[in-house]
Design a protein around this ligand. Structure first.
Ligand code: SF4
Length: 671
């Protein structure tokens, strides 16, 4: 049946509130207009937190609201749409916090007849929430406290059945590490923003979702047709991946560096790489091209971490230990995998395939080419529930401090923290997880570590507004620099960049999006006067992706990812692509308003460490002599969003156009 009330609209219009202090739960029905204005996922989260959370609260106090939101398209029959977004005030940046993750948790949460669950208050003892079609029950988690994330999931599945899906914290979240995340599916992490610590502060060990009800949609045949079409589009050239080798990836990286001409990133190639290697495909290629940060953002890949080293931890080296492929819910691409490591000093019976970000954060960033040690660290961090990007960042800080005499053997409990000293890197990671000795100081990220350590260590503390930057160097793709500095959740690599513009072809979807030749030539790459609007549109698109619960990779692998079409088919709306961009912008502006309401000025407070922009410039390598103009890069984005160049506030007219009048009263109360 199409278009009837019974057919549904892709969302339930219902959320659950859980007051952990009082031990009570309550359903709330939401009006359709909220979904029409904000979708679900990150948009629903932003709206609820803006409306219900008081300003300037302690992010680790009971007033913080922690939300688990499902995507509007999740479980509707659309592809690549199984992600959930966790929202809350970030204890790491002090502003808006969100983190999203794939796996299977989101559809099972939605099958409980809910679009989201929001936690307030804090328990006196550890608890977990169990949900199914009929039940919303807080249960004692004392016996789970102290277990790692995989042990916790195993125990809860024994108790509630293997179809139950679990999102939980490990010891890092329990110990309130500000670089901790929330783990699902035996080691996939909603890692960024430090929201694991928020969960730990509430003594909430886990959320277990075991729903069975499938949400209705407006036009299922159309959704299925769109899914079949898209599946057909991305099946093109299948089989060619057998020609892709690490050697070829190194050559691509080399050509990029030598010629200073970036081969226009073909989405087809990216799809084949993801399908064969997952994100590990980037490891050697990025170290060579200048995409990977080297030696705490001060090194040069070709000099300090050449192919002979990066390939030791590259795609093929990792693939040797892959036992089977893995795909998230509704994903036809399967970029993930499982690994088993039987040789070497650190056997691991099973773990999720390592990602590029972790390989780089514990590889080239630390000049470490010991694959076995990095794989062991990956397993430790997955189990602890700790963000590997941030953890690699704090280890890099500690090594640079040690190398420069700011830390000594007494500070490190005898660890020789030298570049590439894998046993010491592994031992320090264990200390950070346990918050032991120097590890306690490092467990809250580089900014706080440097503040406590003093002695000039802040010069080596590479962060953006307290958040450790991801493994993509803005001197290679300046668009990442814009996003790191401007996003309401700073230091974010999954929203917009020039690479993404090259892969997503937004100009074919949205009349407003103009084509920019972003990375094609050296000259174009470093032009700053023509990219602000394009990146703004890209960020609005990402808000739609996160509101729908979609995977970014689905939008970057060729074909026409039918996001707006799926949304219309699921809901019965007749929005144009431009209407959807307005929704995306509304979400982005509300996230910005949230950060501003917390008393931060992102223009100043989120300014990235100078090394990210080539200050001082490299003396050799692909970024030789390059210092990016931060003002020029960020001004274009600010202007495209109508943000004041000094205060970072969205202008009033823009807020009125977007129907965000309630924001004006808060941001402009002083005039
Ligand atoms: S492409 Fe990878 S991350 Fe995205 S949904 Fe598929 S398996 Fe998950």
């Amino acid at each position: 049946m199409i278009g009837s009330a019974e057919a549904g609209k892709g969302y339930w219009g219902r959320i659950l509130w859980v007051d952990l202090s009082a031990g009570k739960t309550a359903f709330e029905e939401l009006d359709d207009t909220l979904y029409q204005k904000f979708l679900s996922g990150v948009g629903l989260g932003a709206k609820v937190l803006w409306d219900r959370m008081p300003a300037e609260i302690d992010p680790l106090g009971p007033e913080n609201i922690l939300g688990f939101t499902t995507g509007l398209l999740t479980d509707t029959g659309s592809l690549f749409t199984g992600r959930f977004t966790v929202v809350g005030k970030s204890p790491l940046s002090g502003g808006w916090g969100d983190a999203n993750c794939g796996g299977y948790f989101s559809p099972w949460l939605k099958r409980c007849g809910l679009d989201a669950v929001f936690f307030t208050g804090a328990g006196e003892r550890p608890q977990y929430l169990y949900l199914d079609d009929q039940t919303t029950e807080l249960k004692d988690a004392s016996d789970l406290w102290g277990l790692d994330a995989i042990e916790t999931e195993t125990r809860l599945k024994e108790r509630h059945g293997t179809r139950a899906q679990v999102a939980c914290i490990g010891p890092a979240g329990e110990k309130l590490s500000l670089i901790s995340g929330i783990v699902t599916d035996r080691g996939r992490i909603a890692a960024r923003s430090g929201l694991g610590a928020v969960m730990g502060s509430k003594k909430l060990k886990a959320v277990v979702a075991a729903g069975t009800r499938r949400v209705g949609v407006f036009d299922r045949p159309r959704i299925n047709r769109l899914s079949r079409d898209f599946q057909g589009q991305i099946s093109a050239k299948k089989g060619l991946e057998r020609f892709l080798t690490d050697g070829l990836l190194g050559i691509i990286g080399k050509i990029t560096r030598r010629s200073r001409i970036y081969p226009r990133q073909p989405a087809d190639l990216w799809r084949l790489l993801l399908s064969k290697f997952g994100t590990t495909a980037l490891t050697a290629m990025s170290a060579e091209s200048g995409d990977s940060p080297i030696k705490n953002w001060s090194g040069v890949g070709t000099r300090d971490f050449p192919l002979s080293r990066s390939q030791k931890i590259g795609a093929e080296a990792v693939r040797r230990y892959e036992t089977k492929k893995y795909g998230c819910f509704s994903c036809p691409l399967h970029c993930g995998g499982f690994m088993k490591i039987e040789e070497g000093p650190y056997p691991i019976p099973e773990m999720h395939k390592i990602e590029y970000e972790t390989l780089c954060a514990f590889g080239s960033l630390l000049l470490n080419d010991d694959l076995f040690a990095i794989l062991k660290i990956n397993d430790l961090l997955n189990r602890a529930g700790m963000d590997s990007i941030s953890c690699g960042g704090v280890v890099a800080l500690a090594i640079e401090c040690f190398e420069n005499g700011i830390l000594n053997l007494e500070d490190t409990d005898g660890l020789e923290l030298r570049w590439g000293n894998a046993p010491a890197i592994l031992a320090l990671t264990e200390k950070i997880i346990r918050r032991e000795g120097l590890g306690d100081l490092l467990a809250d990220g580089v900014k706080r570590a440097a503040e406590k350590l003093g002695r000039g260590s802040d010069q080596f503390a590479v962060h953006c507004g307290g958040v450790e930057p991801p493994m993509h160097d803005p001197k290679f793709d300046p668009g990442f620099g814009t996003a790191y500095a401007c996003e309401p959740a700073p230091g974010r690599h999954t929203v917009s960049s020039y690479t993404y513009l090259d892969l997503q072809f937004l100009e074919k979807k949205f009349p407003r999006a103009k084509k920019v030749s972003s990375l094609t030539t050296h000259k174009e790459k470093y032009r700053t006067d023509n990219k602000g609007e394009a990146q703004a549109v890209d960020s609005f698109y990402k808000m739609l992706i996160d509101g729908a619960g979609a995977c970014l990779f689905g939008t970057q692998i060729g074909g026409n990812f039918p996001l707006c079409e799926w949304l219309n088919a699921a809901t019965g709306w007749e929005n144009s692509p431009e209407d959807y961009l307005v929704i995306g912008e509304r979400i982005e502006q509300l996230r910005q308003a949230f950060t501003l309401r917390e008393g931060l000025n992102p223009r100043i407070d989120f300014r990235p460490h100078p090394r990210l922009f080539g200050d001082p410039p490299a003396s050799r390598g692909p970024a030789k002599g390059i210092t990016l103009d931060v003002e020029a890069l960020t001004n274009g984005f600010y202007q495209a969003l109508g943000w004041d160049l000094e205060t970072a506030k969205p202008n009033k007219d823009r807020l009125i156009q977007l129907g965000l009048e309630e924001v004006i009263g808060v941001l402009y109360k002083q005039g």
